[in-house]
Write a protein that binds this ligand. Structure first.
Ligand code: NI
Length: 134
């Protein structure tokens, strides 16, 4: 383990300590390590290589063409989509959790396509695994 010191504004540190408490980290080091890993992963995501993760979308299935567009994209990216979970949240809203795996560039295309669907209420992507290209 390496050690290093950090200069930080008192107010930001106070907020960070609150975050540590909220998320149940045992100390600042543990919290910082996890945040660093997360950011490194986010960067690898951009750099390329193999990635795996989940795309989460929420939409109103009454919105014209949204459901059919989602279905069309799922076929277009059938090689990258491992599984798909559809949850009917209420009368109008649907939640889809789409597990994805593939080349970062291709996953980025997939995500861009999904998030551009008209009538979407939420779109996010979480990279959970990343392996840099050789
Ligand atoms: Ni539904």
């Amino acid at each position: 383990m390496e050690r290093f010191s950090v200069s930080i504004e008192a107010e930001l540190l106070k907020e960070f300590d609150q975050l540590i408490k909220n998320r149940g980290y045992s100390n600042r080091s543990e919290a910082l390590r996890e945040l660093m890993r997360k950011e490194i992963l986010a960067d690898e995501w951009i750099e390329g290589g193999e990635v795996a993760g989940a795309v989460i979308i929420v939409y109103d299935h009454h919105t014209r063409d949204a459901a059919s567009e989602i279905l069309r994209l799922q076929h277009e990216f059938s090689r990258e989509i491992i599984s798909n979970q559809h949850i009917h949240l209420d009368h109008r809203n649907c939640l889809e959790i789409i597990a994805v795996r593939g080349r970062a560039e291709r996953i980025k295309d997939l995500y861009t396509s999904f998030r551009s669907i008209k009538g979407l209420k939420h779109a996010s992507i979480q990279a959970a695994y990343s392996k840099k290209a050789l």
